[in-house]
Design a protein around this ligand. Structure first.
Ligand SMILES: [Zn+2]
Length: 347
């Protein structure tokens, strides 16, 4: 019998070795000291023992019970200390650990291009002005010498919003060009005028790799009493060099715009084929980045500037186009999709 008591105590000691939380400890307590435990069964049977045996076995049972309780209690203290140590460990701060790297944002490629353009023209003495994205038909077309039957005024090309009055032909629209700003500036200011305006424009184009229903332009306007086409040539030549590098080749190509005369498209040498012809430049060896010309006297007349005395040049450059060329991007849509994988490379 005594040997069996020793075995029970040994079993408790072995069970306690692996116990390291309150739940396991309660299970051990229940199996060795609970109502259905072997020890309790033995206590229930005390009454069936002889009067001689009963006190001795009873004493052994009590001693065994006390020993078991003491062992469990001791382990409970150890577990408590373990828990405390774990908490201390978890809450301790290692000041030598490297900190969390903050995620630093960057400027969108279009914003980078826009700021670069602003910097270039500010050094040339241009002021920066802002214009409205919602304009009226008069400022977007009529004042820019665009006749009522011009195809650009078609509803297939321009986003019209509503008529200003029921019987009016002057409708509100999303501006299709930043040239509207030069009209408003000239309406309210007499020469000398030297401004650029950067902003978003809208045309009813189906999105593809080179078209988007909205895009960004920089508009330039310089008016005084001795401005010539040579000045325009110098300004755009300087711009191309500053934007694309000293070895950039550029050209004017004769063109027609209703609001400038003479007019030209402004091209740079294809960066991909260096002029030999490739799919990017459609085998021409050149890439168009905007239009320019001398302000048409009819525009001066429409805004109240003396066309006999003053001359001026105007230009409009595609910021999206310049960004695609500068970063060698194949598709304009990538600029507006906000794909973080793309933006992380260029921002
Ligand atoms: Zn090419």
């Amino acid at each position: 019998m005594e040997k069996h008591f020793e075995e029970l105590i040994q079993q408790v000691k072995i069970a306690l070795i692996d116990a390291d939380n309150d739940h396991q400890l309660n299970n051990i307590k229940s199996s060795f000291l609970g109502k259905k435990s072997e020890l309790m069964n033995m206590m229930k049977k005390l009454g069936s023992l002889s009067a001689d045996e009963r006190p001795r076995v009873g004493k052994q049972l009590n001693l065994t019970k006390q020993k078991m309780e003491s062992l469990i209690q001791q382990r409970a203290h150890e577990i408590e200390k373990l828990k405390y140590d774990r908490t201390i460990q978890a809450e301790s701060i290692d000041l030598t650990m490297p900190g969390l790297q903050p995620q630093i944002g960057g400027l969108h490629p279009l914003t980078q291009t826009q700021r670069k353009i602003e910097d270039i023209f500010i050094t040339l003495g241009f002021d920066i002005v802002e214009g409205n994205e919602i304009e009226d038909e008069y400022h977007n077309f009529d004042a820019l010498n665009t006749p009522p039957n011009h195809p650009a005024r078609n509803e297939m090309d321009t986003f019209y919003i509503k008529r200003l009055q029921d019987d009016s032909n002057n409708r509100l629209l999303l501006r299709s060009q930043t040239s509207t700003v030069q009209v408003r500036i000239m309406e309210n200011n007499q020469p000398p005028i030297k401004i650029i305006s950067i902003g978003r424009c809208y045309r009813n184009d189906k999105p593809d790799r080179s078209h988007s229903p909205f895009f960004h332009q920089v508009e330039g306007l310089c008016v005084n009493d001795n401005t010539t086409f040579a000045d325009l040539r110098d300004i755009l030549s300087y711009f191309a060099t500053m934007m694309f590098g000293n070895d950039i080749e550029w050209r004017f190509r004769p063109h027609f715009f209703p609001f400038t005369e003479p007019s030209a498209e402004f091209d740079i040498r294809c960066f991909s084929c260096k002029g030999a012809g490739c799919s990017i430049c459609k085998q021409s060896g050149w890439l168009e980045i905007g239009g320019a010309g001398m302000v048409d006297p009819n525009v001066f007349d429409a805004v109240g500037i003396d066309s006999e005395r003053f001359t001026g040049y105007a230009f409009g450059l595609g910021i999206d186009r310049i960004t695609l060329l500068k970063y060698r991007l194949p598709d304009i849509r990538i600029l507006f999709e906000n794909d973080v994988r793309f933006l992380k490379q260029l921002c």
